[in-house]
Design a protein around this ligand. Structure first.
Ligand SMILES: [Zn+2]
Length: 332
């Protein structure tokens, strides 16, 4: 199980191209298999897809601010409180970050944490490591409180949707935590990977063309078969449950901030993040960190998720992981 095969197949589509007087042309597409999960991705030639439409942060901010439940005027009154067995104060705070339960029960234990009530809009390039670290720390404290009170809810993750293309329903930037007795599909997939395979994957990519760099104990890699635009994957120390991530929250925050800076440089204004905790009771599997850029594209501002991603589980991108790594490496 330890051997890593970076599997890619190339095929060519043939058309009579109206852009070249109906000359016969061949269009290459590469199908790549993710070395950890086996999921496949289609890589189109660069420039096949329209560039990401810019996110008009100022307009969205202005439109969404009145009535925003996470702004200072409302957050204390309209956000829920944790039950006292989890937190006597009802909310968890660190620096300016504030955590409270999610009104929508995505999991048995579902939390939301804002970077700061006063930061209603944050551009990707302005999401700084200290603010990220404080927000990760309130999520870590939430995971620790759940672990102490309800150890059966041991499938944990910390996630983010930021700005509308990512699926975010509230504009005010925040993270979301989840602790549940059962895994999500992705958690199940990552849990089924042999520990040796994670080690071999890291070894294989450590010096390669997809490596962005290291922040100390965490390696950051442009995913070989991206599950979204410009996916970056990072592997943490094996066996470290999210409830104990406080030890390395600053390092994790630093890496995330650097990736978000790269996304901003690439023209993206929106992203998704997932930090999957290791499976319950596992001392050998690592937490997996994944970031993808999100956008609407083209004159119709279509979603970047279409039939292929949603119904076939097959992401289509035109930005090669090797290019992502080349552009992002100087930040690490
Ligand atoms: Zn707000």
């Amino acid at each position: 199980m330890g051997d890593i095969e970076l599997s890619r197949e190339r095929v060519e589509a043939e058309i009579l191209d109206p852009r070249r007087g109906f000359e016969r042309v061949r269009l290459p597409v590469e199908i790549r298999r993710d070395p950890l999960t086996g999921r496949t991705t289609r890589l189109l030639p660069p420039g096949s897809l329209p560039p990401p439409a810019p996110v008009d942060l100022a307009a969205l901010s202005e439109r969404s601010r009145p009535g925003c439940p996470f702004c200072p005027e409302r957050i204390e009154e309209v956000t829920p409180r944790l039950p006292p067995e989890l937190s006597p104060e009802g909310r968890i705070r660190c620096g300016e970050a504030v955590l409270f339960p999610n009104l929508l029960p995505y999991s048995k234990w579902s939390s939301v944490s804002v970077y700061s009530p006063r930061r209603h809009a944050i551009a990707l390039r302005d999401l700084d490591a200290p603010a990220l670290a404080d927000n990760l720390l309130v999520q870590v404290a939430f995971m620790a409180a759940v672990a102490a009170h309800d150890p059966s809810s041991a499938w944990c993750s910390i996630n983010a949707n930021q700005a509308p293309p990512s699926g975010s329903s509230i504009f005010h930037p925040h993270l979301q935590g989840s602790a549940n007795p059962w895994p999500t599909t992705a958690q199940r997939l990552y849990a089924s990977v042999e520990p040796a395979r994670y080690r071999a994957y890291l070894e294989c990519e450590r010096l390669g063309e997809r490596r962005l760099g290291s922040t100390g104990t965490i390696d950051w890699i442009a995913a070989f078969a991206p599950g979204g635009q410009a996916e970056v994957i990072a592997l943490h120390r094996p066996g470290l449950p999210l409830a104990r991530l406080a030890e390395t929250a600053s390092e994790l925050a630093e890496g995330i901030a650097r990736v978000l800076g790269l996304y901003a440089e690439l023209g993206f204004g929106s992203f998704n993040l997932a930090i999957y905790g290791p499976p319950p009771g596992s001392a050998e599997l690592p937490p997996v960190i994944r970031l993808v850029a999100r956008s609407t594209i083209g004159p119709l501002e279509r979603s970047d998720v279409m039939w292929s991603e949603l119904l076939h589980g097959e992401t289509v991108v035109d930005l090669a992981p090797e290019t992502v790594a080349e552009l992002g490496r100087e930040r690490f």
